[in-house]
Design a protein around this ligand. Structure first.
Ligand SMILES: *Cc1c(COP(=O)(O)O)cnc(C)c1O
Length: 358
């Protein structure tokens, strides 16, 4: 069995892969593959609608929120959000907690006014800024945060929701991984390829009153209104990605978000315990109170040992453990679909590696 710790595109539920293989040549008796089907077909409309409804149920959202599926990845959202919200002279507030947050801020600055509300850059992105340190413009169009910092392995454990400035969350790497009340959130977006499916589709969840504030200056294809008004069928959607998204959402619903959340916590604890009990051999990147349940990032005493660690891990079918090129070290991504058995295998391997190399 291969233990897949890839950061994204990442592991998918084995049952979903099996179902895709099973129905690939002939989707539900249509005689053709879903890959060959029109996005205007009744079977795709059912998939599209079902995925939208499943996502809302999983996130605990009702009629005040709308879902749409777009392309261009989470990175396109870095531009789309300011294009739809900032051309009226208002400013977007950004909390910098890592590389992705920086990229979102950089894109916003190109399009309109944006300001830094708080940053943990000076400390090497080891922590999540304190609410009491926020410098937010009260007239800001929105407050943008990155709920899980995929590269540095930090995570917001609760949300800075306040009633004055709408909260926008890049939840690419922890959407649907934990119980979190998002009913007051103005917008959530996530590239599917970490917790929700394959790459190619980005989910966007929007509170209707936030959508109503958006102006009509952006090109049609980059307006949220365009995609929402056409129920994500404005132009050809990534049919296969949405089809797989729907299957992954079905799998998430069958387990339940409480059970998944507990399981994710358990998997992460197995790895953090190895770090904490290694006598300083493994050094976790994140401050203890900012640790991510999705991406565990740590270093070994030197790069030689890190190379040896990665080579020995891959000899035991544990793959995808190299840290991001901007951070180095080791990163174990423990998304929803990663079985507990894989986290257990990694923990056992880490303990054995300290015993033989510590
Ligand atoms: C992976 C990731 C992105 C980039 O996603 P793309 O779909 O490749 O554009 C953005 N934000 C976060 C938090 C991520 O983990």
């Amino acid at each position: 069995m291969t233990h897949n710790f890839n950061a994204g595109p990442a592991i998918l539920p084995a049952s979903v892969i099996a179902q895709v293989r099973e129905e690939l040549p002939n989707y539900q008796g249509t005689g053709i593959s879903i890959l060959e089907s029109s996005h205007r077909s009744s079977q795709y409309e059912i998939i599209n609608q079902r995925a939208i409804e499943r996502l809302k149920r999983i996130l605990g959202l009702g009629a005040e929120h709308t879902v749409c599926f777009v392309q261009g990845g989470a990175s396109q959202q870095f531009a789309m959000l300011p294009m739809n919200m900032l051309q009226t002279g208002r400013s977007g507030g950004y909390v910098l907690t890592g590389v992705w947050a920086e990229k979102a801020f950089e894109e916003a600055q190109r399009i309109g006014n944006a300001h830094i509300v708080a940053s943990s850059k000076a400390g090497g992105y080891r922590h999540i800024p304190l609410r009491s340190d926020f410098a937010i413009d009260r007239e800001a169009a929105y407050l943008h945060i990155t709920s899980n910092n995929t590269i540095y392995g930090t995570q917001w454990h609760d949300l800075p929701v306040n009633n004055t400035v709408p909260l926008v969350i890049d939840a690419s790497s922890d959407i649907a991984s934990r119980t979190l009340d998002v009913r007051n959130v103005a917008m959530i977006y996530a590239g599917a390829q970490k917790n929700l499916g394959p790459s190619g589709v980005t989910v966007v969840v929007m509170r209707n009153d936030f959508l109503a504030q958006m102006h009509d200056q952006a090109p049609l294809i980059l307006r949220y209104k365009t995609h929402i008004q056409s129920n994500s069928l404005y132009n050809t959607p990534p049919v296969f990605s949405v089809y797989m998204l729907d299957l992954v959402l079905e799998w998430i619903e069958s387990i339940g978000i409480e059970a998944l959340s507990a399981q994710n916590h358990h998997k992460a604890t197995l790895i953090y315990d190895c770090i904490d009990q290694s006598g300083g051999f493994y050094r976790g990147h994140a401050a203890a109170n900012a640790r991510s349940m999705m991406n565990v990032v740590f270093r070994l005493p030197d790069e030689q040992l890190e190379k040896a660690f990665l080579a020995a891990a891959s000899a035991q079918q544990m793959i995808g453990l190299a840290g991001h090129r901007s951070a180095g070290g080791i990163r174990a991504s423990l998304y929803n679909a990663l079985p507990v058995a894989s986290a257990q295998a990694l923990a056992a391997f880490m303990r054995e590696f300290v015993r033989t190399h510590g």
